[in-house]
Write a protein that binds this ligand. Structure first.
Ligand code: AHR
Length: 657
C-alpha cells in the first residue's frame, strides 16, 4: 500500500515535471576523517532568562534583596499600614557578597495582616502534586514568630502551603527549611505569600522556594525538563557561560567563575548584561544569582556525558559596550583565574582548588580538556592578551586545548587579522561565529572544503540563521532557518577533518523574558518546546558516526548544486552508513544512493525526515509542527532509491557488513 501511494506520487510528480533525479555515490572505504567525538554540542548563556528564571529552578525573584531596587519582585501586604514595619537593611561592611536583608517589626500581628508577596520571575510555575521546599535565613530574639507560607494561583486561590515557627537565634543568622508542602493545583503564573504572625523583630534573607522535581531530584537544583532536552541531544560538549556575558558590559561585571562556587548565599549577585542591552527589550529585573555556577555546570556536563568547554574573560569587556581592557601588566589575575579553573576541574583534592571541588561534593576530577579565552573579542588587544594566556596555560597544562576567538563575524578584516594571527600562534581551536541570513548558510556549505587540514581545528561556536537580521525582534525559528542550517551542517560533517565542534546559539529563551531571538529551545513556566533548529541539530548529534565518508553526485560534492546538500558518515561500532540529504528546493527530488566498498547487511534501511512549509514554526501550544518522522526503506543490492520531499532534511541509515 505504501509502495502504491509512493508510486502514485511519483507518477503524479513525473506528469507535472516535478521530479529530477541524481545519483550519489558514497565510498564506504574512503574514511576521509574521524568525526570528533565532541562534534555536536550546546552553547549555554544566561540570556533570555536561560539561567535565573529558566533552568535554575529557584522560584523567588530577588530572594536576597540585592537587586538595584531592593524590593523588586516583592510586594508588602499590610492590612493596617504602619511606617517602618518593613525595612531593607544593609550590612555592607560585614558581608560584601550578600549585604542586604529585610527586617520586619511585628506588633501582635495575626496571620493575614502583614506579609511579603513574591511575584516570581514571570510568575511562578506551580505543578499539582509536586512538593515545594521553602527555606530562609533569619535571626530573631523573640519567640513565637511564625511564617505562613503559601503558593497562590493567578486568582489568589491557595494551592498549598505550610507554617514555619522561628525560634530565637540569639542574634545569629540561622538557616531554616520548612518541611515541604505539596501543591494541590497547577498555575502558570502563581505567587508566593509569606504571612507573618507574632510579636517582635525578625531579620530575613535568602527567602527561597524550589520545586522538588528538579533534575536528578537535587535540592536547589535545575529544571529537569530543560536539562532533559539537552540530554536527549547527546551533546558532545557544553560551552559555558557564553557569549557576551563572559565579557560583561564593563570589567566590573565580567563573569568571574570563582564568585559562582560555594554556598549559594555567598555567591555575589551581579546585574545580567542583557538587563539593559537592548532598549527595545529592556529586562530591568534580570540579574545573575549564580545558582547555576561553575560547579553545577561541570556537574550537568558530566550528568549528560558532555565535555565542559568553559569560556573565560581575556581581560577585555564587551567591545560593543565599553570596550574596557585591563592593562597588560595587570592581566595576571585573569590568567590565574584560568589556571585555577583548570585546577578546580581536574586538580587533585590536595590542591587548593581541587579541595574546594571535593568540599562541594565531587572529589573526582571533571576531566576538563579544553578552555576558551575570550568570547567575541577582536583586534591586536585581544591577540596580545591571548598570547599571555596561551603561554601560561601551555606551560602548566600542555594537554589542555585552547580555543581562541575569531570575533563576531566569519569574514572581513577583523576575522582575517585574528584568523591569520591565531594560525601563526598555533592556537588549537578557532571559534567562528555566524549569525547570518538563511541564504548565507546555503551558500557556505562548502566554506570548509579548502581549509588547511594541518592548521588549527575549527569550532563553529555560535551559529543561527536569522530569518530577518541579527538582533531583530522579528527573527523566527522557522523551518526555513533550520533547513538552511541543516544544509550548512552537511558541510561541517563533510569537513570533520577540520571541524572539531559546532553549537547553535543562543540555547534557551523564556517566552515572557527573552531579549534575543532566534533561540533553540523555548520555555514558559511550565512547558518547553524544541524549535525545528533543535531537531536538526539533534539529528546530527545523534547520528554523528565515527568517520566521514566521501560522497559525490553527478556534479561532484553535493554542496548546493541543484539545491541538494549531502554528507555521509560511517558509524563503525554500530556498522551503519548514515547519509544526510537536504533538499532546499520547493520540488521533490528522486535520488539514488549507492554504497561503494561495503555490502549492506540487510534489505532494509531506516529513514528519518523533516519537512514542512518554510514559514512553519513550533510553539508551546503546537510544539510538534516540525519534528522528525521515522520510517523504513528498501535496500536493493548496494543501492537505495529515495524521494526527497520539497524543503526537507532526510537522514538514511543503512546497516553494512
Ligand atoms: O548568542 C547571543 C550573543 O551573540 C552572544 O552572547 C554573543 O557571543 C553573540 O554576539
Amino acid at each position: 500500500m505504501k509502495q502504491k501511494i509512493k508510486l502514485l506520487g511519483l507518477l503524479a510528480g513525473l506528469c507535472s515535471g516535478q521530479y529530477v533525479s541524481a545519483q550519489l555515490k558514497v565510498n564506504v572505504k574512503n574514511h576521509v576523517a574521524e568525526v570528533s567525538p565532541v562534534m555536536w554540542g550546546v552553547f549555554f548563556e544566561d540570556i533570555n532568562m536561560g539561567a535565573d528564571g529558566g533552568i535554575y529552578a529557584e522560584l523567588v525573584k530577588n530572594r536576597s534583596f540585592e537587586f538595584y531596587k531592593p524590593l523588586m519582585g516583592w510586594t508588602i501586604q499590610q492590612k493596617h499600614f504602619r511606617e517602618g514595619t518593613v525595612i531593607v537593611q544593609n550590612r555592607q561592611e560585614k558581608e560584601s557578597a550578600n549585604p542586604r536583608y529585610i527586617q520586619v517589626l511585628l506588633n501582635n500581628t495575626s496571620k493575614g495582616e502583614l506579609g511579603l508577596t513574591n511575584e516570581g520571575f514571570r510568575g511562578m510555575g506551580v505543578k499539582k502534586d509536586v512538593r515545594y521546599d521553602f527555606s530562609l535565613q533569619y535571626r530573631t530574639e523573640n519567640s513565637g514568630i511564625k511564617l505562613h507560607v503559601e503558593l497562590v494561583d493567578e486568582a489568589g486561590k491557595t494551592l498549598g502551603g505550610e507554617t514555619i515557627e522561628l525560634t530565637p537565634t540569639n542574634g545569629k543568622w540561622t538557616k531554616k527549611k520548612g518541611g515541604g508542602f505539596v501543591a494541590g493545583g497547577t498555575a502558570m503564573k502563581g505567587k508566593l505569600n509569606i504571612w507573618l504572625e507574632g510579636n517582635g523583630k525578625v531579620d530575613m534573607d535568602m527567602l527561597s522556594l524550589f520545586p522538588s522535581d528538579t533534575w536528578k531530584g537535587r535540592p536547589g537544583g535545575m529544571r529537569a525538563d530543560m536539562i532533559q532536552m539537552l540530554a536527549d541531544m547527546k551533546p558532545g560538549f557544553i560551552r559555558f557561560p557564553g557569549g557576551c556575558i563572559v565579557e560583561g558590559h564593563d570589567l566590573s561585571v565580567r563573569y568571574q567563575w570563582k564568585k559562582t562556587i560555594g554556598p549559594v548565599e555567598e555567591r555575589q549577585l551581579i546585574v545580567n548584561r542583557w538587563n539593559t542591552e537592548f532598549a527595545h527589550r529592556p529586562t530591568p529585573d534580570y540579574y545573575q544569582t549564580f545558582g547555576l555556577g561553575f560547579f553545577e555546570y561541570f556537574q550537568i556536563a558530566e550528568d549528560i556525558g558532555a565535555e565542559p568547554l568553559p569560556i573565560l574573560n581575556c581581560g577585555m569587556a564587551c567591545q560593543f559596550n565599553t570596550a574596557e581592557v585591563v592593562p597588560m601588566d595587570e592581566l595576571g589575575p585573569y590568567v590565574q583565574d584560568a589556571l585555577d579553573l583548570i585546577e578546580f576541574a581536574n586538580g587533585d583534592t590536595n590542591t587548593p582548588w581541587g579541595k574546594k571541588r571535593a568540599e562541594m561534593g565531587h572529589p573526582a576530577p571533571f576531566n576538563l580538556k579544553m578552555i576558551g579565552i575570550g568570547n567575541e573579542n577582536w583586534g591586536p588587544q585581544y591577540l596580545e592578551r591571548l598570547a599571555v594566556f596561551q603561554k601560561a596555560i601551555k606551560a602548566k597544562y600542555p594537554e589542555i586545548k585552547i580555543v581562541g576567538s575569531s570575533g563576531t563575524d566569519p569574514d572581513g578584516d577583523r576575522f582575517n587579522l585574528l584568523d591569520t594571527a591565531m594560525r601563526r600562534m598555533k592556537v588549537d581551536i578557532i571559534d567562528e561565529h555566524y549569525y547570518r541570513r538563511p541564504e548565507w548558510f546555503l551558500q557556505n556549505a562548502s566554506r570548509y572544503d579548502k581549509y588547511d587540514r594541518n592548521g588549527p581545528k575549527i569550532f563553529a561556536g555560535e551559529y543561527a540563521a536569522q530569518s530577518d537580521k541579527t538582533v531583530s525582534v522579528k527573527n523566527e525559528n522557522n523551518w526555513q532557518t533550520a533547513l538552511a542550517e541543516a544544509a550548512f551542517l552537511t558541510g561541517l560533517e563533510r569537513n570533520a577533518g577540520v571541524i572539531h565542534m559546532a553549537s547553535y546559539a543562543p540555547l534557551f529563551a523564556h517566552i515572557d523574558g527573552w531579549q534575543w531571538r532566534p533561540d533553540m529551545i523555548w520555555v514558559d513556566n511550565l512547558r518547553i518546546h524544541g524549535t525545528p533548529n533543535y531537531y536538526v541539530q539533534k539529528l546530527y548529534s545523534t547520528n554523528k558516526g565515527t568517520h566521514t565518508l566521501s560522497i559525490a553526485g553527478n556534479n561532484g560534492v553535493p554542496a548546493g548544486q541543484d539545491s541538494l546538500y549531502a554528507s555521509a558518515v560511517l558509524d563503525r561500532p554500530n556498522k551503519e552508513v548514515i547519509v544526510k540529504l537536504v533538499n532546499a528546493s520547493g520540488s521533490a527530488k528522486e535520488e539514488l544512493v549507492q554504497l561503494d566498498g561495503a555490502t549492506p547487511a540487510g534489505k532494509t534501511g531506516t529513514v528519518v525526515v523533516m519537512k514542512n512549509e518554510l514559514s512553519t514554526v513550533n510553539t508551546l501550544d503546537n510544539p510538534e509542527a516540525v519534528v522528525p518522522s521515522a520510517g523504513t526503506l528498501p535496500v536493493k543490492g548496494n543501492k537505495i532509491s529515495i524521494t526527497l520531499p520539497p524543503y526537507s532534511l532526510t537522514v538514511v541509515k543503512i546497516p553494512v557488513k
